[in-house]
Design a protein. Sequence first.
Length: 82
Amino acid sequence: MVYLATAVVTDSEMAERIAHHRAQRPPTWRTIEAPLGGVSDYGDAATVLVEDLTLLLSNHVQRGSATAESGTIDEVAALVNA
C-alpha cells in the first residue's frame, strides 16, 4: 500500500491535522508526501491511496499555474494508469 499525501502545512491547525493523519497510518504503508503529485514510481504496490484529490487540485491552483486544471487532470490520469 502506498499512501500519497497531498496536504501542505499552512498553519498550526493544518500541522495538527497532518500529524494526526501520520499517527493513524499503519506502519506497513509506504507514505509519499507529494503535494503536487508527480510521482512516477510506486514500487510494487498493488494499491495507491491518494489523500486527497481536492487538495491536489488546490495545490496546483495555488501554485499559480495557468494550466492547473489540465495539469491535475494529467496527474490523475497518471495515478489511474499507475
